[in-house]
Design a protein around this ligand. Structure first.
Ligand code: FPP
Length: 245
């Protein structure tokens, strides 16, 4: 056994990606492989989500955005949709009991107008209760679509131009970026997608302009903290040029 950790295999805490996005994919296949209903995969995926989010905080990540439910996911069977909403609600209930200990700022990214009633109230409560924390910001993308987010920004820019608050030439990548769902959502440095798919699937389209991509065949419910380490290590070896030489 090699007890000496080679330097190139240790995460450099000074060069962590500022913002990591994770497409939590493979829950359904994980369940089907075990002869379980697909929703069992979402329940397993929710546990992993919690482990990875708190691990991300422990290693010092500042921003993590997870893709929990896309605008397209409503097309899944009603039973599956309600199970996903249920695991989300369970996560919020748990967070409402533990946020003072966990110290993670939680927000929801997406068109939240479709969520009403108890779930929406709980979302608002956890956002409000955790807004004081400055370590990890955890954005949970719910009813999220990258194209819809850009359209949301474009409509707001058009509205401001019509009212005279803004001139067309004031619309720049910097000012436009502040008209998206969050006015302070940093660009993404690293997008992680398990389950073997190599697509962005409408995730953080604007913010991922220069993101590095890391994918793996691991199904999300099998994803471990060491897989996040591997992705970050790989990221730290990349030469990011942002269009320059
Ligand atoms: C994609 O796997 C996963 C989803 C559409 C739902 C993601 C939801 C969770 C991980 C549940 C927990 C979320 C929170 C925030 C508590 P898939 O169902 O498309 O898998 P497949 O490609 O194998 O069918």
């Amino acid at each position: 056994m090699n007890l000496i950790k080679r330097k190139e295999n240790v995460i450099d805490p000074e060069r962590l990606p500022n913002h990591v996005g994770i497409i939590m994919d493979g829950n359904g296949r994980w369940a089907q492989k075990r002869g379980l209903p697909r929703y069992a995969g979402h329940a397993a995926g929710a546990k992993v989500f919690k482990t990875i989010a708190y691990y991300a905080r422990d290693i010092g990540l500042k921003n993590l955005t997870v893709y929990a439910f896309s605008t397209e996911n409503w097309q899944r069977p009603q039973e599956e949709v309600s199970r996903i909403m249920k695991v989300l609600e369970e996560f919020i209930d748990d967070a409402l009991n533990t946020f003072e200990k966990e110290k993670v700022r939680i927000r929801f990214l997406g068109d939240l107008s479709v969520f009403t009633g108890v779930l929406r109230e709980k979302m608002d409560r956890i956002v409000d209760a955790t807004k004081k924390f400055s370590g990890l910001t955890l954005n949970i993308a719910m009813n999220y679509g990258g194209q819809n987010e850009i359209v949301h920004g474009a409509r707001e820019a058009a509205r401001r131009v019509l009212t005279g608050e803004m001139k067309p030439e004031d619309i720049t990548p910097e000012s436009f970026g502040k008209l998206l769902y969050f006015d302070d959502c940093d660009t993404v440095d690293l997008v992680i997608r398990p389950s073997g798919e190599k697509r962005l699937s409408n995730f953080l389209l604007w913010q991922s302009a220069y993101a590095e991509f890391w994918y793996s065949d691991i199904l999300w419910p099998d994803f471990k903290p060491r897989d996040l380490d591997r992705a970050i290590l790989d990221y730290q070896k990349r030469n990011r040029r942002f269009g320059r030489v």
